[in-house]
Design a protein around this ligand. Sequence first.
Ligand SMILES: NC(=O)c1ccc[n+]([C@@H]2O[C@H](COP(=O)([O-])OP(=O)(O)OC[C@H]3O[C@@H](n4cnc5c(N)ncnc54)[C@H](OP(=O)(O)O)[C@@H]3O)[C@@H](O)[C@H]2O)c1
Length: 264
Amino acid sequence: MSLSPSAALVTGASSGIGAVYADRLAGRGHDLVLVARRRDRLESLATEIRVRHGRKVEVVTADLTDEADLGRVEALVRDTPDLSILANIAGLGALGPAAMIDPATVGDMVKVNVLALTRLSLAAARRFVAVKHGTIINIGSIIAMMPVPGAGGYSGSKSYVLNFSRSLQAELTDSGVTVQVVMPGPVRSEFFGDKPAPFPDALFMSAETLVDTALAALDQGETITFPNLSDLAAWEQFEAARGVLVKGLTQSGQAADRYAKASA
Ligand SMILES: NC(=O)c1ccc[n+]([C@@H]2O[C@H](COP(=O)([O-])OP(=O)(O)OC[C@H]3O[C@@H](n4cnc5c(N)ncnc54)[C@H](OP(=O)(O)O)[C@@H]3O)[C@@H](O)[C@H]2O)c1
């Protein structure tokens, strides 16, 4: 299928946040490539979007834990005509006590949240830098700032998304390419499945509000977006403290004085 004038590839488009990104990006005039495992969901969303927005929509089923499938999606990022947006939304939590959780489930989470997001971002960066234009949207989570019990792998994966996206954005400053990392709090979606969510209902945002807020932030040029953070000073203070720490960590190659006895 030939897509024009400007296409967006959205992973995790079969439900929740990704499905809303697909709708909103089509509403902004983008043709779409929708990626997830559940074809029926993707097909019915594609039909709705074609009717509602009159855009072209290509449906691609892929399991992002599978090397061959990931390779196919990477090739789409590389080769889809006029691709200007990559939205890495696919993700899962693999939540639960470390001693009880199936390690394979955590491994799959890392493959989707970290490996697939990285490989697709790098493919997009290479392509977008060459034409000096394009946007990569990566979904992090506030859990990146909260290394809580029962979410070690998930929290780590989203810290990765935050740092990876920030480093990429820093590297691509002035390249014409934007990298936005979106850091949602709890969002109503299929994310928690039939398990009780570890947050009170009042903390949840709808996927629609989340995506509309994140896109408004992107329009305003934000590269790190905390959609539910009213007082930006909290983030600015965190960043200032991080700067002080980084300064302290880059002063000397000597062991700190408090370890003098141990290292003598
Ligand atoms: N909901 C929250 O509270 C919350 C908060 C912060 C961040 N987030 C992040 O937001 C993103 C979207 O989550 P959501 O809340 O919209 O949850 P969701 O409704 O469960 O959607 C997850 C999406 O990821 C796709 N996906 C999962 N495993 C996949 C795989 N192996 N291969 C390909 N696609 C896969 C799913 O599609 P298929 O099952 O059809 O493959 C689905 O489209 C995730 O990265 C999540 O970490 C969510």
